[in-house]
Ligand binder design. Structure first.
Ligand code: HEM
Length: 562
């Protein structure tokens, strides 16, 4: 009798066996569908790896080249006329086609398209309950949209202006504080230092600092106040910080029994909100494109631990924001009221988890996007002194009778040059630059003469549409607000058809009116008060992960003579 179990003797242990097994598996999983082409996409051009593998797109995203690569591919294949559509259609994955044409916007995103959000959106929420942004169910989305739309109607947004003013004013005051270091330096004071977490230096009669964190402080405080009746306190502390629930589960459990003293009924901790948000954004933009079985493996890799750890902490922020607001029943009307009053078809209110999911969407979708757009617009204005001077002349004239450091929306809403500046910032930066992926419904859809089968993923790349020379002219990559004022007739129509910073259709941005108000007021307030220049003629460094976030933006400011 053998003392060893030799039943494994038939299993070859040499590497060739395993290599062969992996090769056969890869062939079966990737090449067979490629060869069979069940979605009929073989005629569309694209990178070879993208045609048979789901790894190409997440790889590009991980290299921080998402919008730019898609843009380059459309241009590349546009020059190779042998392909159908001459650059309009590019295959980004075995089942995904990017369609770079304004006419594709209504076909892919419009009310009658019938498309649904793609599985990418499954990775966005840390809660089991879906938010208005992350849900892929049409019925659930329609219910949430009905509840939340009135919060963002033009009238409701106008009513919020008063609450936002204090934060515009705090931002301007903090930049005044920074500028006061110039005078102090002239009187022998220090030439560099810190205001909160913001490093500054004095040179050439200006104070120099990175403005990106300041736009974050301002924007997050504003949304905190609008949504939950209190700012996070970032702007006054000049610090990327907020108090969050240490354990989401413990936080959620207190919602029904929350204390009325303003004290949290659970353990809390301080977190650097925007730093964690950026880490999480990097990770979800990669994970979202991977098949489900890869997501759980990749998410645990040490290299992504920052992003993985960020998710529960940001969920803790939503939980703490809701809990704090619930502890103050006397709070003025805010967005949370609307969510609290909402009832489903069975008369049931939102669960604590659903409330938190919506709160997190409001914080992230509302604050991050506005901060990034404001920063990018500031960059372009600082880089273009001609444009800045022209804007300031318009603001000086329009606001000469206004006795307030913060611009009133009524006074700046219809200023043509300011409006053109805001549009140009949204166009050129393309805060959400990627194509937003949608799944083709049963029966298929036809876009620009091509019928896509059920289950195909289609998207329209915003960054490309905003820079297409055939629409915007040879100077498409320049910051040139005049284009909005000079264009008329067919040309203006073509521009408006391609301009889609907030997307279109039933899943378009719900906060558009609020975003436009915020952008008009903050640009008018800061540029009327300060002349802003860049440290050098650098390109704006951007983290391109779903939202395009400036990584930093070093500027020098000087108080204008008002
Ligand atoms: C410059 C600022 C902003 C830009 C460029 C922007 C852009 C967008 C875009 C392109 C979408 C569609 C996303 C998709 O289909 O995946 C979207 C959706 C959304 N945005 Fe905004 N947004 C901005 C500001 C805001 C603000 C201020 C809020 C609210 C406080 C907000 C709340 C939302 C929500 C809740 C959705 C999901 C809507 C739905 O699915 O029904 N956004 N946004």
């Amino acid at each position: 009798m053998s003392l060893v179990d030799d039943t494994t003797a038939h299993v070859p242990s040499y590497p060739a066996f395993w290599i062969a097994l992996i090769a056969i598996t890869v062939f079966a999983v990737q090449f067979v569908p490629y060869l069979l082409d069940p979605l009929g996409l073989s005629s569309f051009p694209g990178p070879v790896l993208a045609k048979f593998s789901n790894v190409w797109l997440p790889w590009i995203v991980s290299q921080n080249r998402w919008s730019v690569t898609v843009d380059q591919l459309h241009r590349k294949y546009g020059k190779t006329l042998i392909y159908c559509g001459a650059g309009t259609f590019v295959r980004l994955a075995p089942n995904h086609v990017s369609i770079a044409h304004p006419a594709a916007l209504p076909a892919v995103y419009g009310h009658s398209s019938g498309t649904l959000k793609a599985p990418l959106y499954d990775v966005f929420g840390p809660f089991r309950a879906r938010s208005i942004f992350s849900t892929r169910s049409r019925t659930e989305h329609a219910r949430k949209r009905r509840i939340e739309s009135p919060m963002f109607s033009p009238q409701s947004v106008r009513a919020l202006e008063g609450t936002t003013r204090v934060h515009h004013s705090d931002l301007a005051s903090q930049w005044d504080n920074l500028y006061s270091y110039v005078k102090q330096a002239e009187n022998g004071g220090s030439r560099e230092g810190m205001l909160g977490e913001s490093a500054w230096k004095v040179e050439d009669g200006r104070v120099w600092f990175d403005c990106m964190p300041w736009f974050n402080y301002w924007s997050f405080d504003t949304i905190g106040d609008l949504a939950f009746g209190a700012p996070f306190g970032m702007l006054l502390a000049a610090k990327d910080t907020a108090r969050v629930a240490k354990s989401v589960k413990a936080g959620l459990a207190t919602f029904g029994t929350v204390s009325r003293t303003g004290e949290f009924a659970f353990e809390t901790e301080e977190i650097p909100v925007t730093k964690l948000l950026n880490k999480r954004a990097e990770l979800v933009a990669i994970l979202g494109w991977l098949p489900k079985y890869w997501q759980s493996i990749v998410g645990t890799l040490a290299v992504f631990s920052g992003g993985s750890n960020a998710s529960p902490k940001l969920a803790g922020l939503a939980v703490a924001s809701v809990a704090k607001r619930l502890s103050n029943p006397q709070a003025r009307e805010d967005m949370l009221n609307r969510l609290l009053d909402a009832r489903d078809d069975n008369g049931e209110p939102m669960s604590p988890e659903e409330l938190s999911a919506e709160a997190m969407t409001l914080i992230i979708a509302g604050a991050d996007t506005v901060a990034n757009t404001s920063c990018a617009t500031t960059y372009y204005l600082a880089r273009n002194q001609r444009v800045q001077a022209k804007l300031q002349a318009e603001l000086d004239e329009a606001l000469k009778a206004v006795d307030s450091e913060v611009a009133l929306y009524d006074a700046v809403k219809y200023l043509p040059y300011l409006d053109a500046v805001v549009n140009e910032g949204l166009r050129l930066h393309a805060t959400i630059g990627a194509g937003l992926p949608r799944v083709v419904p049963e029966g298929g859809i036809t876009v620009l003469g091509h019928t896509f089968k059920e289950g195909t993923c289609v998207s329209v790349p915003i960054y490309y549409l905003h820079r297409d020379e055939s629409i915007w002219g040879a100077n498409a990559t320049e910051f040139y607000p005049e284009r909005w004022l000079d264009a008329t007739g067919e040309r203006k129509k073509a521009m408006l058809d391609a301009f889609t910073p907030f997307s279109v259709g039933p899943r378009a941005c719900i906060g558009r009116n609020l975003a436009l108000m915020q952008l008009h007021i903050v640009i008018a307030t800061l540029f009327r008060r300060f002349n802003v220049v860049l440290e050098s003629d650098y390109s704006l460094p951007v983290q391109d992960s779903f939202v395009r976030k400036p990584r930093w933006c070093a500027i020098g400011i000087k108080l204008r003579k008002l």
